[in-house]
Design a protein around this ligand. Structure first.
Ligand code: 13P
Ligand code: SF4
Length: 388
């Protein structure tokens, strides 16, 4: 059996996003702190010591795409759904350090009490997909739907990967948040309440769920492009669609192509292809298993020793899975490196810096959502947490 083969590096793989970017964007701004150098030999000990000093007042959440050097300090690891649940279930933790991306930390702030502080170790850890839908674009889209006479019968739904402002819009309009682990249940919930769904901002999760799990045809889906008048659609097209998909995507999962799948099947006969639903519909349709990061982990835990798997999701997670399952043949579906560069922004120096700031009595990089936005966003998040 061959070991895990490291994909070849690409020039953009470790591109640093967000330096000096717009503070209103998911991509955030520079870190204001004095970071320890990445080469400091005592970073692990410093993180451990700070964590011990902070004790029960600290709770560290780690998304599955985080680096190993960070994930080792997480009290809980999970997909975005599990992390939202965990944040809501820890009222005793005064400080929640979120090792993930900005929209996840915002959701944690919305779901936690006023006495709790949510901290994102690097403000530049945003999500380019979340940036593909702004609140004003979504308001414009809703007006287009109203003019087409369909807003009243449409339920808006947003993927967790969106700003708090968009979650608030969805909450105000009677809609629901979903993650990749409950998109089917959330869509069914929505169709019990309306005739159509406006799905934000990931076209692929929306299309994959509607077609694979609800049995829709591709023609039932209309693609709304926020950069074109009326989304680039005619009124008829809007009226005929069962689901209106926002034209957003994840550039990390967009790297997996049908060619990758076909090449992998040729290279490893009998391989099981397991991908995240943020991949394109053609990749998902050509794969054997599809699911959230938590689903991917559970599927590999349950897999037969000796079985071969090619995984289409972020590389930190795939490499960790390959190390955790030496009895299985685990490959990365793409031939080149595919990190989420914004998830990777959270590194050990940023974690050490934030923990030591807390020890010094300062709260670094606090994520706060204003009360009016939080109230409506919470309604949409609560509907998700209470889905049957
Ligand atoms: P999960 O919902 O599987 O955690 O995925 C979140 C994400 O950002 C994937 O790109
Ligand atoms: Fe956003 Fe894609 Fe990174 Fe997930 S993997 S946080 S969707 S850019």
């Amino acid at each position: 059996m061959t070991g895990f083969i490291e994909p070849a590096p690409t020039q953009t793989a470790l591109l640093l996003l967000g330096r000096g970017a717009d503070a209103d964007s998911e991509l955030g701004v520079d870190c204001p702190g004095e970071l320890p150098p990445p080469s400091a030999p005592d970073l692990v000990e410093r993180a451990r010591a700070a964590k011990e000093t902070l004790g029960e007042s600290l709770f560290i959440l780690g998304h599955h795409y985080q680096r190993d050097e960070v994930i080792q300090f997480a009290d809980v690891t999970g997909d975005s759904f599990k992390l939202a649940q965990q944040a809501a279930a820890r009222p005793d933790a005064e400080h929640i350090v979120f090792c993930g991306v900005h929209f996840m930390a915002e959701s944690a702030d919305i779901l936690t009490g006023d006495h709790q502080r949510v901290i994102l170790p690097d403000m530049a850890a945003g999500c380019s997909m979340a940036d593909m839908a702004t609140a004003s674009q979504v308001e414009q889209c809703w007006e287009d739907l109203a003019e087409a006479g369909i807003a009243e019968t449409t339920v808006p739904m947003t993927y967790m990967n969106s700003s708090a402002a968009i979650k608030a819009f969805v909450g105000r309009e009677g809609g629901v948040v979903c993650t990749s682990s409950n998109a089917e249940r959330a869509l069914r919930w929505a169709y019990e309440r309306g005739e159509k769904v406006l799905f934000l901002p990931d076209q692929h999760l929306g299309r994959n769920t509607a077609v694979r799990q609800l049995g829709f045809s591709l023609d039932d889906c209309a693609l709304y492009n926020p950069h074109k008048p009326n989304g680039g659609l005619t009124v008829e097209e809007l009226r005929e669609a069962k689901i209106i998909l926002w034209k957003g995507h994840c550039s990390v999962h967009g790297r997996f192509t049908l060619d990758c799948v076909e090449e992998m099947r040729k290279r490893t006969p009998g391989v099981n292809i397991l991908v995240h639903p943020e991949c394109t519909h053609e990749v998902v349709a050509a794969s054997d298993y599809v699911g959230s990061t938590e689903y991917i982990i559970k599927t590999l835990d349950a897999a037969e020793p000796g079985s071969a798997w090619a995984i289409g999701t972020e590389l930190n997670l795939v490499r960790r899975l390959a190390n955790a399952h030496p009895d299985k043949e685990i490959s990365f579906l793409d031939r080149t490196v595919c990190y989420c560069s914004t998830m990777n922004r959270i590194d050990l120096p940023h974690l050490v810096w934030s923990l030591e700031e807390l020890v010094a009595g300062r709260v670094p990089n606090q994520i706060t959502v204003d009360p009016a936005t939080a109230e409506h966003a919470r309604a949409a998040l609560d509907r998700m947490l209470n889905l049957p």
